[in-house]
Design a protein around this ligand. Structure first.
Ligand SMILES: NC(=O)c1cc2c(N)ncc(C(N)=O)c2s1
Length: 318
């Protein structure tokens, strides 16, 4: 083993852990997402060549980040996993082929959804009433932010379902609300947020709920946990049911069967993303059939039945 290779790996791992703490815990990253993604892919490459170097504190062994201890902790009954990222159409095609091979089926339907640039959240309802809201945290233990969730207008406080249910999605700040917030902060001589995702995270993880209320946060809910308990058979059906229950859902999803349709969807939203009223940073591929999702299951860190295609960074036109 070349000592400097190992030393460079440790330096890369430590640098990525600093970036993660800034992004997930301090809501104030100092590096752009695409730069973080590039370094993270480099770490994965080194670790696949040297698995014996991998330790528990590596970013590849953890989801999300440390939590703000000021909030009560909330242990997720089912871990809130992240997902694998791919960075090209070819890689997304290869991932889709691997999934088809795993289930030994050539005609697997995928539900394509916009990847919202926000922060993950979980909502739990009992007897039709919202009883718990939490962040992802490290995927296993998140922050109980229930009082703040009640301040988000588009989160239904009651739903027409008596059974206990957990749903998950993304909390985000729309582009206009973000611009208004930063202009107000500039007028008040305060620091501005680097981007809507950090502003949403900083607003949702506020200890003062009235501040959360003032920030006009929004949500897109896109997961029903244990959907078969509610008679749901596919992801596209679950999205429709979530909307009928009163959740804010993103209806730009598309069920696709072949790769031409995937290419069309990616091209369409790579164009449209600049005009959408919220930030997206990619496309989520989900196996549409829940029985196939169960067959595929999860690896230690990510589901096998979903992955994200990440758009290239938007060129800043100076
Ligand atoms: N599993 C994850 O970490 C996800 C993250 C996201 C995201 N940021 N936006 C949209 C979706 C979606 N439509 O499923 C997912 S899924």
């Amino acid at each position: 083993m070349n000592n400097s290779d190992y030393e460079n790996y440790i330096k890369l791992k430590d640098q990525l852990n600093i970036y993660r703490r800034q992004y997930y815990t301090e809501d104030a990253p100092t590096v752009q997402d695409f730069e973080y993604d590039r370094l993270y892919q480099e770490l994965l490459k080194v670790e696949s060549a040297h698995p014996e170097w991998v330790t528990n504190d590596s970013p590849s062994q953890n989801v999300g980040g440390a939590i703000n201890s000021a909030f009560p902790k909330f242990r997720h009954e089912i871990p809130m996993l992240s997902m694998d990222d791919v960075f090209s159409l070819e890689e997304s095609q290869a991932s889709a082929e691997r999934i088809k091979k795993f289930v030994n089926q050539t005609d697997v339907e995928f539900n394509l959804e916009l990847k919202i640039d926000g922060l993950a959240l979980s909502l739990i309802y009992e007897n039709g009433r919202l009883v718990k809201g939490s962040t992802r945290g490290d995927g296993f233990v998140g922050e109980d932010i229930t009082p703040n969730i009640f301040q988000i207008d588009d989160v239904p406080k009651t739903i027409p379902l008596k059974e206990r249910i957990e749903v998950r999605g993304e909390c985000y700040l729309g582009k206009d609300s973000f611009a208004e917030l930063n202009n107000k902060r500039l007028e008040d001589g305060k620091s501005t947020f680097a981007n809507p995702r950090n502003a949403a995270a900083g607003s949702l993880r506020q200890l003062d709920s009235s501040i959360t209320k003032s920030r006009h946060l929004q949500t897109f809910i896109y997961f029903v946990i244990e959907p078969e308990n509610y008679g749901l058979k596919t992801q596209s059906e679950a999205l429709k049911q979530l909307q009928e229950w009163g959740f804010a859902t993103n209806n730009q999803n598309r069920v696709v069967n072949d790769f031409k349709e995937v290419q069309n969807y990616i091209d369409e939203y790579q164009e449209k993303r600049l005009d959408l009223p919220y930030n997206i940073d990619g496309i989520v591929f989900k196996v549409n059939d829940f029985k196939l999702q169960s067959l595929l299951g999860n690896t230690v860190k990510v589901p096998r039945w979903e992955f994200a295609y990440k758009f290239p960074p938007i060129e800043a036109h100076t």
